[in-house]
Design a protein around this ligand. Structure first.
Ligand code: AMP
Length: 359
């Protein structure tokens, strides 16, 4: 694990008036670049050649400069890391960033200042620790089954990493579990590593809300940034009625829809956010920094059941590049999560507190 002292050492050499914001061209990069530009930063997109076309198509969000790599894992190469440091870059990690680079490399060998606490990504990436964190925050979680032999009702089977629901399935018996798992293996859709990260949970019923927050360690404030609902293939299952084809039982995320919550449910949402931040500070000081998301189901009798946390910007925030129906009550200007990250970095530079938000 790269220590904060090392990053502080790098920051000392940075020219504070020439800091740029960098990320991999994927996931929420348009929003991150757009927000950074609005706050006056230069932006750097790390990309493969074939992706540039998508970013060049959006003049207000394209990065000022590209670092072109053959594959995203090349970001670990010393020449790329050196280039980022030379350009005084602060990297903003997003879901694809973590997925492409790999958590271990990111933690142990990515020697470039990153926005947020690296340890939060570590706690997010390890399902056992993630559970410990959310339990400590006092949140209600889906029950976890120790093995397929314990499946009695409907169970939900998922794999680790930020894979967007790919290959997740349901099973109502041990036999159905093994049948479906073997089928996935036979079709080469999951690896041995995927299998090692498999978890079996109770199938939770309710309405899904993916709640976006931002926590600022500089002003100690939790901000509710917005909410979305992911669009997964299964959401279209009704189209196959009355004989729903098996293909519809697919949880792969393909997009996001905006949602808004009944106002009377907001106190629970704000409290959950604060409790998660507090638990993170107790478990891995200084805890969460910047954007995070609680992925929840709301059940009218049981309340919010949290099935996942993302300790970084989530793609659902892409819905609100000019602010959401919640940010307009916090900021008197259009404020996306991408812009909020850049604002936090800007304020930290002005107050000489960069070490508080960059790890
Ligand atoms: P995740 O990758 O954990 O965010 O899950 C992807 C999708 O799987 C979610 O958006 C839900 O639709 C579904 N899901 C995850 N966990 C459960 C669960 N315990 N019960 C029912 N559906 C779930």
């Amino acid at each position: 694990m790269i220590e904060h002292e090392e990053i502080k050492g790098l920051l000392k050499k940075y020219e504070r008036d020439k800091i740029s914001i960098a990320t991999i061209c994927s996931h929420s990069a348009l929003q991150i670049f757009h927000g950074a530009r609005r706050e006056g930063f230069r932006t750097i997109g790390i990309t493969t050649e074939d992706r540039k076309i998508a970013y060049d198509a959006f003049p207000l969000a394209r990065p000022d400069e590209y670092i072109v790599v053959r594959s995203f894992s090349d970001i670990m190469k010393e020449e790329v890391q050196g280039e980022l440091r030379r350009r005084n870059a602060i990297v903003v990690p997003h879901g694809s960033f973590v997925e492409y680079v790999g958590l271990k490399d990111l933690e142990d060998s990515f020697l470039v200042p990153m926005f947020g606490n690296r340890r939060a990504l570590e706690w997010e990436g390890d399902r056992r620790r993630q559970r410990e964190w959310l339990e400590r925050a006092g949140l209600r979680l889906p029950r976890e089954l120790p093995g397929p032999d314990k499946i009695t009702g409907k169970a939900f089977v998922k794999f680790g990493g930020a894979k967007g629901g790919k290959n997740f399935f349901t099973a109502s018996s041990e036999r159905e579990f093994y049948n479906k798992l073997e089928e996935l293996k036979r079709r080469g859709r999951i690896s041995g590593e995927d299998e090692r990260t498999l978890v079996i949970q109770e199938f939770v019923c309710g309405v899904r809300y993916y709640i976006h927050y931002f926590y600022s360690p500089i002003n100690g404030r939790l901000e509710l940034f917005g909410m979305d609902k992911r669009i997964e293939v299964i959401d279209e299952a009704y189209r196959g009625l009355p004989d729903v084809p098996e293909e519809f039982f697919d949880y792969t995320v393909t997009g996001n829809q905006p949602v808004i919550l009944r106002e009377s449910l907001l106190p629970s949402v704000i409290k959950m956010g604060y409790d998660v931040v507090k638990a993170s500070q107790e478990l891995f000081y200084p805890g969460l920094i910047g954007p995070f998301c609680l992925e929840t189901m709301f059940h009218p009798d049981k309340g919010f059941i949290v099935f996942e946390i993302s300790a970084r910007i989530v793609a659902g925030t892409n819905l609100y590049p000019s602010g959401s129906p919640y940010t307009c009550y916090i900021f008197d200007e259009p404020m996306s999560t991408g812009r909020r990250i850049a604002r936090e970095i800007k304020v930290a530079i002005e107050r000489d507190l960069l070490e508080k938000v960059v790890y």
